[in-house]
Design a protein around this ligand. Sequence first.
Ligand SMILES: [Zn+2]
Length: 87
Amino acid sequence: MNLKPCPFCGGDVYLSREKRCYRNGYDHCIICHDCGVCTPDFGASDEAVEVWNQRVLEADHPTPAANEPKGVAGEGGDGTAEKGEAA
Ligand SMILES: [Zn+2]
């Protein structure tokens, strides 16, 4: 079964058995190389792939996985944004 590209960033994804997700006792999940989004763990690779591909079809809008604010000014800050060092 083929893995569809990441619905959030379009990057390549891979099947992982790193047990990095939150379901104990399962060790198959799909992870995006680029943005790091991943499925929960599943007991079988086919199941993880199936869920991933379904998720791709449903993803019409961003999810919290891609919701980290970057360079947003005006909220929670004091106007002294760090500039000039890191590119
Ligand atoms: Zn991605």
